[in-house]
Design a binder for this molecule. Sequence first.
Ligand SMILES: Nc1nc2c(ncn2[C@@H]2O[C@H](COP(=O)(O)OP(=O)(O)OP(=O)(O)O)[C@@H](O)[C@H]2O)c(=O)[nH]1
Length: 442
Amino acid sequence: MADSADHDSLTLFASASGFGRAAVSVIRISGPACLDVLKAISPPLPIPRRLSLRTIRDPNSRDIIDRGLVGWFPGPNSFTGEDMAELHLHGGLAVRTAMLRTLARIPGCQAAGPGDFTRRAALNGRLDLTQAEGIADLIDAETEAQRRQALRQLDGALGRQVGAWRETAIDLLARTEAALDFSDESDVDDEGLDAVLARDAGALSKQIQAVLGDGRRGERLREGFFVVLAGPPNAGKSTLLNALAGREAAIVSSLPGTTRDAIEVRCDLGGLPVVLVDTAGLRETEDPVELEGIRRTRRHMEDADLVLHLSPADGPGREAAQRPHSLAVRTKVDLVASSRLDDGLGVCALSGSGLDALLEAIQAAAEASLGGGEALVTRERHRSALTRACGHLDCVAGGMVLAPELMAEDLRLAVRALGEVAGHVGVEEMLDRLFAGFCIGK
Ligand SMILES: Nc1nc2c(ncn2[C@@H]2O[C@H](COP(=O)(O)OP(=O)(O)OP(=O)(O)O)[C@@H](O)[C@H]2O)c(=O)[nH]1
């Protein structure tokens, strides 16, 4: 990982297209030695930003490694802001290995770690931190809604909004500082300044809070809408999960208590990411392993966005929905005559009957929770920094700090908290954490 000045002067290289077998394999190179590397392995240098067919050789032995396309992207107008190159080679394992081994032997070159290229782009001011997160989210996006949200963030929607709030907070701070520094000079009018500052700080805080009051839609969309399948042992939870997910993900068995821990299956419901969670059956038991499973089930139910309370149609009556975000579902409806069924949701996971209605109900709940406009805040990190900023602005707005020096300090802390979102301040540790989650070559 590029975390020291020494490391930053190295030229990094990595496979940017994964490590499997493919038609084309892309190797990225970025750093000060990039130009020399290209001249050594694939002369002559291509026209910038235009892929050119070249023979690529080991610079020492002059052995041919492959014939492929070479792209040359001189800094600072490259993804990382440094000199960069891309080698589009044949996607075989041996070709890629030979190329990476050759690059590793060139002085000044080093294999990149996860996220190193994006990290350099952020450090060179090509992206702010929210956009770097947008790239990570775009790579991880599994559904259409996640892809759209990540693209919006990569486009800088959050960075621009938070940047505008930060400018306003800086302006408030400048006015306070001016009043402090020149309070004895006649041309600085601090008459009623406290009231004006309090009003403006309050207005800014309200704007931020309006965005924060989005029901955590952005975070939920990244993480998925959690649907927990709960109910007594043998209610048919695992069978239903498999039927809903369309694959055999959970162990299905006729032994009550087969599922001891939660099993999660991610699926795409109408473009929304839904995580179905199969849990241990709820019943009275002395078995310590099963008890632990039941404890975890209860915790999953508390954290769930939606709980499906399953009860077999041939058993006791339908369980009443215990909280607003829950649905009572009758399972194994094939075991009773249709005349004995009530009007609520009922499924036969074996034949698939009733599954469409259940999926529609889950999708409607997910849409109600995740839909309703475009969320700006997509991570707890953003929420926590913005909440802190609001706290400081509210101190100024509420007249809780009377001395102008203290007011200035609160405004400074608000500016700092807002700056953290885009990566202007105090983010070294955060950078390590963020880029560690990237893939190599990005
Ligand atoms: N007739 C019928 N049997 C079903 C249906 N769904 C599940 N079963 C059967 O019911 C039994 C229990 O199913 P599971 O899916 O393992 O039940 P579970 O609720 O996950 O059980 P635990 O893991 O013990 O909590 C199995 O024999 C299934 O084949 C259904 O719709 N109709």
